[in-house]
Design a protein around this ligand. Structure first.
Ligand code: AMP
Ligand code: DBH
Length: 534
Protein backbone atom coordinates (compact mmCIF):
# COMPACT_ATOMS: atom_id res chain seq x y z
CA UNK A 1 0.00 0.00 0.00
CA UNK A 2 1.23 3.50 -0.72
CA UNK A 3 0.07 6.85 0.59
CA UNK A 4 -1.45 9.40 -1.76
CA UNK A 5 0.58 12.53 -2.42
CA UNK A 6 1.12 15.01 -5.24
CA UNK A 7 4.04 13.85 -7.37
CA UNK A 8 6.46 15.75 -9.52
CA UNK A 9 5.48 15.55 -13.20
CA UNK A 10 7.23 12.70 -15.08
CA UNK A 11 9.56 14.95 -17.10
CA UNK A 12 10.86 16.50 -13.88
CA UNK A 13 11.35 13.10 -12.28
CA UNK A 14 13.33 11.96 -15.34
CA UNK A 15 15.53 15.04 -15.22
CA UNK A 16 16.13 14.85 -11.47
CA UNK A 17 17.23 11.22 -11.86
CA UNK A 18 19.43 11.96 -14.90
CA UNK A 19 21.21 14.68 -12.96
CA UNK A 20 21.86 12.30 -10.09
CA UNK A 21 19.71 14.16 -7.58
CA UNK A 22 17.32 11.28 -7.15
CA UNK A 23 19.23 8.05 -6.62
CA UNK A 24 16.40 5.70 -5.76
CA UNK A 25 17.84 4.81 -2.39
CA UNK A 26 15.81 4.67 0.84
CA UNK A 27 16.75 7.06 3.66
CA UNK A 28 17.80 4.00 5.70
CA UNK A 29 20.95 4.08 3.54
CA UNK A 30 22.17 7.11 5.54
CA UNK A 31 22.86 4.80 8.47
CA UNK A 32 23.30 1.39 6.88
CA UNK A 33 26.21 2.66 4.76
CA UNK A 34 28.15 2.95 8.04
CA UNK A 35 26.70 -0.22 9.64
CA UNK A 36 30.11 -1.77 10.30
CA UNK A 37 31.65 1.39 11.75
CA UNK A 38 32.53 1.61 15.42
CA UNK A 39 32.90 5.38 15.27
CA UNK A 40 30.60 7.28 17.64
CA UNK A 41 27.47 8.41 15.82
CA UNK A 42 25.42 9.81 18.69
CA UNK A 43 25.88 11.07 22.23
CA UNK A 44 22.83 11.52 24.45
CA UNK A 45 23.89 12.44 27.99
CA UNK A 46 25.89 9.53 29.31
CA UNK A 47 24.82 7.28 26.45
CA UNK A 48 26.99 6.80 23.36
CA UNK A 49 26.02 4.91 20.23
CA UNK A 50 28.45 3.79 17.55
CA UNK A 51 27.11 3.61 14.00
CA UNK A 52 26.94 -0.16 14.37
CA UNK A 53 24.93 0.14 17.60
CA UNK A 54 22.55 2.76 16.24
CA UNK A 55 21.88 0.71 13.14
CA UNK A 56 21.31 -2.43 15.22
CA UNK A 57 18.98 -0.63 17.64
CA UNK A 58 16.93 0.65 14.70
CA UNK A 59 16.81 -2.84 13.19
CA UNK A 60 15.66 -4.39 16.46
CA UNK A 61 12.88 -1.81 16.87
CA UNK A 62 11.88 -2.32 13.23
CA UNK A 63 11.58 -6.06 13.87
CA UNK A 64 9.60 -5.58 17.07
CA UNK A 65 7.13 -3.29 15.30
CA UNK A 66 6.91 -5.60 12.29
CA UNK A 67 6.05 -8.53 14.58
CA UNK A 68 3.23 -6.40 15.97
CA UNK A 69 1.76 -6.08 12.54
CA UNK A 70 3.06 -2.74 11.31
CA UNK A 71 3.76 -2.69 7.59
CA UNK A 72 4.56 -0.58 4.57
CA UNK A 73 2.00 2.15 4.01
CA UNK A 74 1.00 2.43 7.67
CA UNK A 75 1.42 5.76 9.40
CA UNK A 76 2.71 6.70 12.85
CA UNK A 77 2.40 9.62 15.22
CA UNK A 78 5.73 10.15 16.98
CA UNK A 79 6.54 12.63 19.72
CA UNK A 80 10.04 12.38 21.14
CA UNK A 81 12.40 15.14 22.25
CA UNK A 82 16.15 15.38 21.72
CA UNK A 83 16.88 11.82 22.73
CA UNK A 84 18.60 8.89 21.01
CA UNK A 85 15.24 7.13 20.64
CA UNK A 86 14.15 9.84 18.22
CA UNK A 87 16.70 8.69 15.63
CA UNK A 88 16.31 4.99 16.47
CA UNK A 89 12.58 5.36 15.82
CA UNK A 90 13.09 7.41 12.65
CA UNK A 91 15.32 4.77 11.05
CA UNK A 92 13.24 1.86 12.37
CA UNK A 93 10.10 3.27 10.77
CA UNK A 94 11.89 3.95 7.49
CA UNK A 95 13.11 0.33 7.50
CA UNK A 96 9.55 -0.99 7.60
CA UNK A 97 7.96 1.67 5.42
CA UNK A 98 5.86 3.33 8.12
CA UNK A 99 5.45 7.07 7.44
CA UNK A 100 5.52 9.18 10.59
CA UNK A 101 4.55 12.64 11.61
CA UNK A 102 7.21 13.73 14.11
CA UNK A 103 5.46 16.17 16.42
CA UNK A 104 7.63 18.64 18.30
CA UNK A 105 8.02 17.97 22.02
CA UNK A 106 6.41 21.36 22.71
CA UNK A 107 3.22 20.25 20.98
CA UNK A 108 0.15 19.51 23.06
CA UNK A 109 -3.29 17.99 22.57
CA UNK A 110 -4.48 20.37 19.90
CA UNK A 111 -1.52 19.73 17.63
CA UNK A 112 -1.38 15.96 18.21
CA UNK A 113 -5.11 15.67 17.64
CA UNK A 114 -4.80 17.53 14.35
CA UNK A 115 -2.01 15.25 13.15
CA UNK A 116 -3.75 12.06 14.25
CA UNK A 117 -6.96 12.99 12.52
CA UNK A 118 -5.10 13.70 9.28
CA UNK A 119 -2.96 10.55 9.05
CA UNK A 120 -5.03 8.00 11.03
CA UNK A 121 -1.92 6.47 12.64
CA UNK A 122 -1.57 2.74 13.29
CA UNK A 123 1.27 3.45 15.71
CA UNK A 124 1.91 5.97 18.47
CA UNK A 125 5.38 6.47 19.90
CA UNK A 126 5.59 9.09 22.66
CA UNK A 127 7.28 9.74 25.98
CA UNK A 128 6.05 9.29 29.56
CA UNK A 129 8.21 12.33 30.33
CA UNK A 130 5.82 14.52 28.34
CA UNK A 131 3.01 16.02 30.43
CA UNK A 132 0.37 14.55 28.10
CA UNK A 133 1.56 10.99 28.61
CA UNK A 134 2.51 11.08 32.29
CA UNK A 135 -0.60 9.03 32.96
CA UNK A 136 -3.10 7.31 30.65
CA UNK A 137 -5.92 9.86 30.83
CA UNK A 138 -5.34 11.63 27.55
CA UNK A 139 -3.98 8.47 25.92
CA UNK A 140 -7.39 6.85 26.47
CA UNK A 141 -9.12 9.82 24.84
CA UNK A 142 -6.73 9.70 21.89
CA UNK A 143 -7.28 5.93 21.53
CA UNK A 144 -11.03 6.34 21.57
CA UNK A 145 -10.83 9.04 18.93
CA UNK A 146 -8.28 7.22 16.78
CA UNK A 147 -9.66 3.78 15.91
CA UNK A 148 -6.75 3.20 13.49
CA UNK A 149 -4.33 3.01 16.44
CA UNK A 150 -3.10 -0.58 16.92
CA UNK A 151 0.28 -0.25 18.64
CA UNK A 152 1.46 2.15 21.34
CA UNK A 153 5.00 2.35 22.65
CA UNK A 154 6.03 4.89 25.27
CA UNK A 155 9.56 5.90 26.14
CA UNK A 156 10.36 5.46 29.84
CA UNK A 157 7.90 2.59 29.70
CA UNK A 158 7.43 0.07 26.86
CA UNK A 159 9.57 1.52 24.05
CA UNK A 160 12.87 0.45 25.62
CA UNK A 161 11.78 -3.20 25.73
CA UNK A 162 10.88 -3.11 22.03
CA UNK A 163 14.30 -1.71 21.17
CA UNK A 164 15.85 -4.56 23.17
CA UNK A 165 13.98 -7.39 21.43
CA UNK A 166 16.22 -9.68 19.40
CA UNK A 167 16.48 -8.76 15.72
CA UNK A 168 15.05 -12.05 14.44
CA UNK A 169 13.58 -12.24 10.93
CA UNK A 170 13.37 -8.52 10.25
CA UNK A 171 12.33 -7.98 6.65
CA UNK A 172 13.55 -4.66 5.28
CA UNK A 173 10.52 -3.16 3.57
CA UNK A 174 10.97 0.58 3.17
CA UNK A 175 8.48 2.44 1.05
CA UNK A 176 9.62 2.97 -2.56
CA UNK A 177 12.18 5.77 -2.98
CA UNK A 178 9.70 8.01 -4.77
CA UNK A 179 6.97 7.41 -2.16
CA UNK A 180 6.33 9.25 1.10
CA UNK A 181 9.07 8.50 3.65
CA UNK A 182 7.55 10.70 6.36
CA UNK A 183 5.63 13.92 6.87
CA UNK A 184 7.39 17.14 7.73
CA UNK A 185 5.50 19.84 9.65
CA UNK A 186 4.71 23.19 8.14
CA UNK A 187 4.86 26.33 10.23
CA UNK A 188 1.49 26.95 8.68
CA UNK A 189 -0.73 29.92 8.11
CA UNK A 190 -4.15 28.23 8.18
CA UNK A 191 -6.51 26.90 10.82
CA UNK A 192 -5.26 23.31 10.72
CA UNK A 193 -1.57 22.42 10.75
CA UNK A 194 -0.50 21.19 7.31
CA UNK A 195 1.57 18.09 6.61
CA UNK A 196 4.32 17.98 4.01
CA UNK A 197 4.95 14.62 2.35
CA UNK A 198 8.71 14.10 1.92
CA UNK A 199 9.95 11.27 -0.27
CA UNK A 200 13.18 9.30 0.19
CA UNK A 201 14.52 10.67 -3.08
CA UNK A 202 13.88 14.33 -2.44
CA UNK A 203 14.90 14.35 1.23
CA UNK A 204 18.04 12.30 0.69
CA UNK A 205 19.13 14.71 -2.03
CA UNK A 206 18.53 17.74 0.19
CA UNK A 207 20.70 16.12 2.87
CA UNK A 208 23.55 15.11 0.50
CA UNK A 209 23.65 18.52 -1.13
CA UNK A 210 23.60 20.25 2.28
CA UNK A 211 26.51 18.08 3.43
CA UNK A 212 28.46 19.05 0.32
CA UNK A 213 27.89 22.79 0.83
CA UNK A 214 28.56 22.75 4.57
CA UNK A 215 31.50 20.32 4.14
CA UNK A 216 30.36 17.88 6.79
CA UNK A 217 32.49 14.73 7.03
CA UNK A 218 33.70 12.15 9.55
CA UNK A 219 35.43 14.96 11.49
CA UNK A 220 32.15 16.82 12.03
CA UNK A 221 31.03 17.08 15.64
CA UNK A 222 27.55 18.64 15.61
CA UNK A 223 25.60 19.88 18.60
CA UNK A 224 21.86 19.42 18.06
CA UNK A 225 20.26 21.95 20.42
CA UNK A 226 17.15 22.84 18.39
CA UNK A 227 14.16 20.44 18.39
CA UNK A 228 15.48 17.29 16.66
CA UNK A 229 12.26 16.78 14.69
CA UNK A 230 12.46 20.18 13.04
CA UNK A 231 13.52 20.19 9.41
CA UNK A 232 16.50 22.48 10.05
CA UNK A 233 18.45 20.45 12.64
CA UNK A 234 17.28 17.26 10.95
CA UNK A 235 18.38 17.95 7.37
CA UNK A 236 20.15 21.26 6.81
CA UNK A 237 22.50 19.30 7.02
CA UNK A 238 21.44 18.57 10.58
CA UNK A 239 21.82 15.25 12.34
CA UNK A 240 20.99 13.27 9.19
CA UNK A 241 23.71 15.17 7.34
CA UNK A 242 26.17 14.31 10.10
CA UNK A 243 25.20 10.63 9.95
CA UNK A 244 25.56 10.65 6.16
CA UNK A 245 29.08 12.06 6.51
CA UNK A 246 30.07 9.68 9.32
CA UNK A 247 30.50 12.37 12.01
CA UNK A 248 29.13 12.63 15.53
CA UNK A 249 25.89 14.19 16.83
CA UNK A 250 25.72 15.38 20.43
CA UNK A 251 22.24 16.10 21.79
CA UNK A 252 21.25 19.04 23.97
CA UNK A 253 17.72 19.49 25.29
CA UNK A 254 17.72 23.26 24.64
CA UNK A 255 20.02 25.90 23.12
CA UNK A 256 20.81 27.77 26.36
CA UNK A 257 24.43 28.87 26.82
CA UNK A 258 24.59 27.30 30.28
CA UNK A 259 23.82 23.89 28.83
CA UNK A 260 25.56 24.20 25.45
CA UNK A 261 28.89 25.85 26.28
CA UNK A 262 30.08 23.01 28.54
CA UNK A 263 28.86 20.42 26.00
CA UNK A 264 30.80 22.20 23.25
CA UNK A 265 33.96 22.03 25.30
CA UNK A 266 33.43 18.49 26.58
CA UNK A 267 32.70 17.03 23.14
CA UNK A 268 34.89 19.34 21.06
CA UNK A 269 31.90 20.43 18.99
CA UNK A 270 32.90 22.14 15.73
CA UNK A 271 29.48 23.04 14.30
CA UNK A 272 25.99 23.80 15.57
CA UNK A 273 22.73 25.38 14.41
CA UNK A 274 20.80 28.10 16.19
CA UNK A 275 17.86 30.47 15.73
CA UNK A 276 18.54 34.23 16.15
CA UNK A 277 17.26 34.64 19.77
CA UNK A 278 19.65 31.91 20.91
CA UNK A 279 22.48 33.77 19.18
CA UNK A 280 21.63 36.89 21.22
CA UNK A 281 21.74 34.88 24.43
CA UNK A 282 25.06 33.27 23.49
CA UNK A 283 26.53 36.69 22.74
CA UNK A 284 25.28 37.93 26.10
CA UNK A 285 26.80 34.94 27.85
CA UNK A 286 30.17 35.50 26.23
CA UNK A 287 29.98 39.12 27.33
CA UNK A 288 32.44 41.89 26.80
CA UNK A 289 35.52 39.72 26.96
CA UNK A 290 34.97 38.11 23.55
CA UNK A 291 35.33 34.42 22.64
CA UNK A 292 34.78 32.10 25.56
CA UNK A 293 37.47 29.44 26.04
CA UNK A 294 34.68 26.85 26.13
CA UNK A 295 33.85 27.68 22.50
CA UNK A 296 37.43 27.20 21.24
CA UNK A 297 36.56 24.12 19.12
CA UNK A 298 33.53 25.74 17.44
CA UNK A 299 34.31 26.55 13.80
CA UNK A 300 30.93 27.12 12.22
CA UNK A 301 27.65 28.51 13.54
CA UNK A 302 24.59 28.12 11.35
CA UNK A 303 21.79 30.60 11.98
CA UNK A 304 18.33 30.37 10.45
CA UNK A 305 14.61 29.89 11.04
CA UNK A 306 14.01 33.62 11.36
CA UNK A 307 15.65 36.79 10.09
CA UNK A 308 19.06 37.46 11.61
CA UNK A 309 19.82 41.18 11.79
CA UNK A 310 22.93 42.37 9.97
CA UNK A 311 24.30 43.82 13.21
CA UNK A 312 23.92 40.58 15.17
CA UNK A 313 25.43 38.68 12.23
CA UNK A 314 28.59 40.78 12.21
CA UNK A 315 29.16 40.18 15.93
CA UNK A 316 29.28 36.39 15.58
CA UNK A 317 32.82 35.91 14.21
CA UNK A 318 34.17 38.72 16.36
CA UNK A 319 32.62 37.65 19.66
CA UNK A 320 31.98 33.91 19.35
CA UNK A 321 35.19 33.23 17.43
CA UNK A 322 33.60 31.12 14.69
CA UNK A 323 32.35 31.48 11.16
CA UNK A 324 28.70 32.31 10.47
CA UNK A 325 26.50 30.60 7.90
CA UNK A 326 23.00 31.95 7.28
CA UNK A 327 20.36 29.35 6.48
CA UNK A 328 17.00 30.26 5.03
CA UNK A 329 14.94 27.14 4.67
CA UNK A 330 11.48 25.69 4.92
CA UNK A 331 10.09 22.27 5.76
CA UNK A 332 8.36 22.42 2.36
CA UNK A 333 11.76 22.10 0.66
CA UNK A 334 13.87 25.00 -0.59
CA UNK A 335 16.98 25.68 1.49
CA UNK A 336 19.38 28.60 0.92
CA UNK A 337 22.84 28.84 2.40
CA UNK A 338 25.56 31.44 2.42
CA UNK A 339 28.64 29.58 1.23
CA UNK A 340 31.64 28.97 3.47
CA UNK A 341 33.97 30.94 1.19
CA UNK A 342 31.60 33.88 0.60
CA UNK A 343 32.91 37.32 1.54
CA UNK A 344 31.88 38.53 5.03
CA UNK A 345 29.64 41.22 3.63
CA UNK A 346 27.47 38.64 1.86
CA UNK A 347 27.40 36.33 4.88
CA UNK A 348 26.34 39.16 7.19
CA UNK A 349 23.69 40.73 4.98
CA UNK A 350 22.02 38.00 2.91
CA UNK A 351 20.19 34.76 3.67
CA UNK A 352 22.22 32.85 1.11
CA UNK A 353 21.36 31.33 -2.23
CA UNK A 354 19.54 28.13 -3.20
CA UNK A 355 21.54 24.98 -2.61
CA UNK A 356 20.68 23.17 -5.83
CA UNK A 357 21.46 24.27 -9.39
CA UNK A 358 17.95 23.06 -10.18
CA UNK A 359 16.16 25.11 -7.54
CA UNK A 360 14.07 27.50 -9.57
CA UNK A 361 13.40 30.65 -7.54
CA UNK A 362 11.81 33.87 -8.76
CA UNK A 363 10.01 36.87 -7.34
CA UNK A 364 6.38 37.56 -8.18
CA UNK A 365 4.26 40.68 -7.78
CA UNK A 366 0.77 40.45 -6.27
CA UNK A 367 -0.66 39.33 -9.62
CA UNK A 368 1.83 36.49 -9.94
CA UNK A 369 3.89 38.26 -12.60
CA UNK A 370 7.70 38.16 -12.43
CA UNK A 371 9.44 41.25 -11.03
CA UNK A 372 12.79 42.62 -12.26
CA UNK A 373 15.96 41.67 -10.32
CA UNK A 374 16.36 43.38 -6.96
CA UNK A 375 12.69 44.17 -6.43
CA UNK A 376 10.82 42.90 -3.39
CA UNK A 377 8.01 40.43 -3.93
CA UNK A 378 6.72 36.92 -3.30
CA UNK A 379 9.10 33.98 -3.24
CA UNK A 380 8.08 31.36 -5.83
CA UNK A 381 9.97 28.08 -6.07
CA UNK A 382 10.07 24.54 -7.38
CA UNK A 383 12.88 22.03 -7.56
CA UNK A 384 14.19 18.53 -6.87
CA UNK A 385 13.41 18.58 -3.15
CA UNK A 386 10.55 21.10 -2.93
CA UNK A 387 7.21 19.38 -2.38
CA UNK A 388 4.32 19.58 -4.85
CA UNK A 389 1.41 19.66 -2.40
CA UNK A 390 0.34 19.43 1.24
CA UNK A 391 -1.18 16.13 2.31
CA UNK A 392 -4.92 15.90 1.60
CA UNK A 393 -5.35 19.66 1.17
CA UNK A 394 -6.56 20.26 -2.40
CA UNK A 395 -8.12 23.64 -1.65
CA UNK A 396 -5.12 25.04 0.13
CA UNK A 397 -2.80 23.61 -2.54
CA UNK A 398 -4.77 25.40 -5.24
CA UNK A 399 -3.83 28.67 -3.52
CA UNK A 400 -0.28 27.79 -2.46
CA UNK A 401 0.92 26.74 -5.95
CA UNK A 402 0.75 28.40 -9.35
CA UNK A 403 -0.24 26.55 -12.50
CA UNK A 404 3.37 25.57 -13.21
CA UNK A 405 3.87 23.92 -9.84
CA UNK A 406 5.75 26.80 -8.21
CA UNK A 407 5.18 26.97 -4.45
CA UNK A 408 4.51 30.40 -3.00
CA UNK A 409 6.12 30.34 0.47
CA UNK A 410 4.50 33.57 1.63
CA UNK A 411 7.91 35.19 2.18
CA UNK A 412 8.73 38.58 0.68
CA UNK A 413 12.24 38.56 -0.69
CA UNK A 414 14.65 40.27 -3.05
CA UNK A 415 17.22 38.44 -5.17
CA UNK A 416 20.44 40.24 -6.07
CA UNK A 417 22.51 39.90 -9.25
CA UNK A 418 24.54 37.01 -7.79
CA UNK A 419 21.35 35.13 -6.92
CA UNK A 420 21.58 35.85 -3.18
CA UNK A 421 18.31 36.22 -1.31
CA UNK A 422 17.41 38.77 1.35
CA UNK A 423 14.25 38.13 3.35
CA UNK A 424 12.34 41.41 3.57
CA UNK A 425 9.07 40.41 5.16
CA UNK A 426 6.14 38.06 4.97
CA UNK A 427 2.76 37.94 3.36
CA UNK A 428 1.47 34.79 5.05
CA UNK A 429 -0.64 35.14 8.16
CA UNK A 430 2.02 33.78 10.47
CA UNK A 431 4.05 34.99 13.42
CA UNK A 432 7.70 33.94 13.51
CA UNK A 433 8.48 33.92 17.21
CA UNK A 434 12.24 33.47 17.13
CA UNK A 435 12.01 30.65 14.60
CA UNK A 436 8.90 29.05 16.10
CA UNK A 437 6.03 29.61 13.70
CA UNK A 438 2.49 30.42 14.79
CA UNK A 439 -0.37 30.24 12.31
CA UNK A 440 -2.57 33.19 13.30
CA UNK A 441 -5.77 31.48 12.17
CA UNK A 442 -5.14 28.41 14.35
CA UNK A 443 -5.00 30.54 17.51
CA UNK A 444 -7.83 32.84 16.41
CA UNK A 445 -10.12 29.81 16.02
CA UNK A 446 -9.23 28.62 19.51
CA UNK A 447 -9.80 32.11 20.93
CA UNK A 448 -13.22 32.24 19.30
CA UNK A 449 -14.25 29.10 21.18
CA UNK A 450 -14.09 31.14 24.41
CA UNK A 451 -17.66 32.08 25.42
CA UNK A 452 -16.83 35.76 25.94
CA UNK A 453 -14.75 36.34 22.80
CA UNK A 454 -16.67 37.75 19.86
CA UNK A 455 -13.84 38.65 17.49
CA UNK A 456 -10.14 37.77 17.58
CA UNK A 457 -7.05 38.63 15.59
CA UNK A 458 -3.50 37.51 16.30
CA UNK A 459 -0.72 39.77 15.03
CA UNK A 460 3.03 40.02 15.41
CA UNK A 461 4.70 42.68 17.50
CA UNK A 462 8.36 43.59 17.42
CA UNK A 463 10.54 42.16 20.13
CA UNK A 464 14.21 42.89 20.64
CA UNK A 465 15.10 39.33 21.63
CA UNK A 466 12.59 37.13 19.79
CA UNK A 467 12.31 39.28 16.68
CA UNK A 468 8.56 38.90 16.90
CA UNK A 469 6.09 38.04 19.62
CA UNK A 470 2.32 37.62 19.35
CA UNK A 471 -0.46 39.95 20.40
CA UNK A 472 -4.11 38.90 20.45
CA UNK A 473 -6.62 41.65 19.76
CA UNK A 474 -10.02 40.59 21.07
CA UNK A 475 -13.52 41.97 21.20
CA UNK A 476 -15.34 40.52 24.20
CA UNK A 477 -18.88 40.49 25.59
CA UNK A 478 -17.57 41.06 29.13
CA UNK A 479 -14.28 42.14 30.68
CA UNK A 480 -11.69 39.32 30.44
CA UNK A 481 -8.13 39.38 31.75
CA UNK A 482 -5.09 38.35 29.73
CA UNK A 483 -4.25 35.62 32.25
CA UNK A 484 -7.70 34.12 31.79
CA UNK A 485 -7.18 33.98 28.02
CA UNK A 486 -3.79 32.36 28.35
CA UNK A 487 -5.09 29.84 30.87
CA UNK A 488 -8.02 29.07 28.59
CA UNK A 489 -5.70 28.35 25.64
CA UNK A 490 -3.37 26.29 27.78
CA UNK A 491 -6.28 24.21 29.00
CA UNK A 492 -7.37 23.62 25.42
CA UNK A 493 -3.92 22.07 25.02
CA UNK A 494 -1.82 24.17 22.73
CA UNK A 495 1.96 24.51 22.58
CA UNK A 496 3.24 27.17 25.00
CA UNK A 497 5.02 29.21 22.35
CA UNK A 498 1.65 29.83 20.69
CA UNK A 499 0.11 31.54 23.73
CA UNK A 500 -0.30 35.26 23.02
CA UNK A 501 2.47 37.28 24.65
CA UNK A 502 0.05 40.16 24.98
CA UNK A 503 -3.74 40.48 24.93
CA UNK A 504 -5.50 43.72 23.97
CA UNK A 505 -9.22 44.21 24.44
CA UNK A 506 -10.78 46.59 21.94
CA UNK A 507 -14.33 47.70 21.14
CA UNK A 508 -14.01 46.63 17.55
CA UNK A 509 -11.41 45.36 15.09
CA UNK A 510 -10.43 47.67 12.21
CA UNK A 511 -11.58 46.35 8.83
CA UNK A 512 -10.18 46.75 5.33
CA UNK A 513 -12.27 48.06 2.45
CA UNK A 514 -13.39 44.50 1.62
CA UNK A 515 -14.34 43.85 5.23
CA UNK A 516 -11.39 41.69 6.35
CA UNK A 517 -9.63 42.35 9.65
CA UNK A 518 -7.00 45.00 8.93
CA UNK A 519 -3.94 43.42 10.51
CA UNK A 520 -1.65 46.05 9.08
CA UNK A 521 -3.58 48.63 11.07
CA UNK A 522 -3.37 46.48 14.21
CA UNK A 523 0.39 46.15 13.83
CA UNK A 524 0.62 49.92 13.43
CA UNK A 525 -1.41 50.42 16.63
CA UNK A 526 0.99 48.12 18.42
CA UNK A 527 4.07 49.83 17.06
CA UNK A 528 2.69 53.23 18.09
CA UNK A 529 1.95 51.97 21.60
CA UNK A 530 5.38 50.41 21.91
CA UNK A 531 7.21 53.54 20.83
CA UNK A 532 4.98 55.64 23.14
CA UNK A 533 5.92 53.45 26.10
CA UNK A 534 9.66 53.53 25.35
P1 AMP B 1 8.37 26.35 8.18
O1 AMP B 1 7.24 26.52 7.21
O2 AMP B 1 7.97 26.13 9.57
O3 AMP B 1 9.33 25.33 7.72
O4 AMP B 1 9.15 27.74 8.23
C1 AMP B 1 9.78 28.25 7.11
C2 AMP B 1 9.73 29.73 7.17
O5 AMP B 1 10.63 30.22 8.17
C3 AMP B 1 10.18 30.41 5.91
O6 AMP B 1 9.17 30.43 4.93
C4 AMP B 1 10.52 31.79 6.44
O7 AMP B 1 9.35 32.55 6.63
C5 AMP B 1 11.11 31.49 7.80
N1 AMP B 1 12.59 31.45 7.76
C6 AMP B 1 13.38 30.36 7.80
N2 AMP B 1 14.68 30.70 7.77
C7 AMP B 1 14.74 32.04 7.72
C8 AMP B 1 15.80 33.00 7.66
N3 AMP B 1 17.09 32.63 7.66
N4 AMP B 1 15.46 34.31 7.58
C9 AMP B 1 14.18 34.71 7.57
N5 AMP B 1 13.13 33.85 7.63
C10 AMP B 1 13.40 32.53 7.71
O1 DBH C 1 12.57 27.62 9.46
C1 DBH C 1 12.68 26.57 8.85
O2 DBH C 1 11.74 25.81 8.63
C2 DBH C 1 14.05 26.16 8.37
C3 DBH C 1 15.15 26.98 8.59
C4 DBH C 1 16.41 26.59 8.15
C5 DBH C 1 14.22 24.94 7.70
O3 DBH C 1 13.16 24.12 7.46
C6 DBH C 1 15.49 24.55 7.25
C7 DBH C 1 16.59 25.39 7.48
O4 DBH C 1 15.63 23.38 6.60
Amino acid sequence: MTLPYTRWPDDFAVRYREKGYWRDLPLTDILSRHASSDATALVDGERRFSYRELEQAATRLAGALQRRGLKTGDTALVQLGNVAEFYITLFALWKIGVASVNALFSHQRTELDAYASQIAPALLIADREHGLFGDDAWLETLKARTPSLRVIALRNDTLEALIDEPADNVVASPSAPDEVAFFQLSGGSTGTPKLIPRTHNDYYYSIRRSVEICRFDSETRYLCALPAAHNYPMSSPGALGVFFGGGCVVLASDPSATLCFPLIEQHQINVTALVPPAVSLWLQAVGEGGADAQLASLKLLQVGGARLSDSLAARIPAELGCQLQQVFGMAEGLVNYTRLDDPDERIFTTQGRPMSPDDEVWVADENGEPLPPGEVGRLMTRGPYTFRGYYNSPEHNARAFDKNGFYCSGDLIAIDEQGYITVKGREKDQINRGGEKIAAEEIENLLLSHEAIVHAALVSMEDSLMGEKSCAYIVTSRPVKAVEIRRFLRELGVADFKLPDRVERVDELPLTAVGKVDKKQLRQWLAARQSASE
